[in-house]
Design a protein around this ligand. Structure first.
Ligand SMILES: Nc1ncnc2c1ncn2[C@@H]1O[C@H](COP(=O)(O)OP(=O)(O)OP(=O)(O)O)[C@@H](O)[C@H]1O
Length: 254
């Protein structure tokens, strides 16, 4: 059974069909890349499955449960968390506080939340502090922990965003352009973290324009064009597919 599936999704903006009958299915443990020319509907697809916007038609299922239109917080409780193209940390707060603040305020059934729910206020605060420090160390942000996040580079912000996301302990992580504006060294580091998370069992779906890194990283590529599924399959085969080459060379190429 797939972990996440979108069936017949449709989303219109005015007269424009940004998503047009799109069906995509992600299995547990997969690392999947989503690509496609500008305006193909990649972000709208993420927005529909992560509850940021409501699809006009079609369904989204998570672990076999229909979650179409559920709010992002509710989906996070069920284990689906996404990042955004533009990071959303609070600039006037330190890196450490930003990570701590990402802890869920309404503890649910999941690992960290379960710990948060069971303990006293003091125990809960301690659990949040410990997990935040662990993640800050994991992403090698320790030397920046007390800096205001406004002082971070674009790449460091992406790492901070990942750390914040992991405070929610997701089963499935949707990453929207994690390498955009990131230098090659940090791109490699972020890719390594994503691979490690996936090796540890997390299902990951990545929208990315940086095709070289994406292709090396993922097990499967899904290509969208004009809101529809154009091609999907193993990265090498997809990149050689004439329909994909045509889509990228065509009128709406980068
Ligand atoms: N909130 C909105 N209001 C109106 N039109 C929108 C809105 N969001 C997206 N669109 C339109 O829907 C289409 C798909 O946009 P979307 O951002 O999903 O594409 P994308 O593949 O993510 O593009 P990019 O690679 O440029 O980020 C585009 O034509 C876009 O202009």
């Amino acid at each position: 059974m797939s972990l996440l599936s979108a069936d017949g999704l449709v989303k219109e903006f005015g007269g424009l069909r940004a998503i047009d009958g799109l069906s995509v299915s992600i299995d547990e443990g997969e690392l999947v890349g989503v690509m496609g020319p500008n305006g193909a509907g990649k972000s709208t697809f993420f927005n529909c499955v992560s509850g940021v916007i409501q699809p006009d038609d079609g369904t989204v299922s998570l672990n076999g449960t229909d979650v179409t239109g559920d709010a992002p917080e509710s989906l996070a409780h069920r284990g689906l968390v996404r990042t955004f193209q533009n990071t959303r940390e609070l600039e006037t707060m330190t890196v450490r506080d930003n990570v701590r603040l990402a802890a869920p305020d309404q503890p649910g059934e999941r690992t960290l939340p379960a710990l948060l729910r069971s303990g006293s206020m003091q125990e809960r605060e301690e659990a949040v502090r410990e997990r935040a420090d662990e993640l800050i160390e994991m992403f090698e942000l320790d030397h920046l922990a007390d800096e205001y996040s406004s002082n971070l580079s674009g790449g460091q912000r992406k790492l901070l965003e990942l750390a914040r996301t992991l405070m929610l302990d997701p089963d499935i992580l949707l990453l929207d352009e994690p390498f955009a504006g990131v230098n090659p060294t940090l791109t490699g580091e972020i890719a390594d973290h994503v691979r490690d998370l996936n090796n540890d069992g997390m299902t990951v779906v990545i929208i990315e324009h940086e095709l070289e890194t994406l292709t090396e990283l993922v097990d499967r590529l899904v290509v969208l064009q004009q809101g529809q599924l154009l091609v999907e399959g193993e990265p090498e085969a997809v990149l050689e597919d004439e329909r994909v080459i045509e889509a990228y060379l065509g009128g709406d190429a980068e």
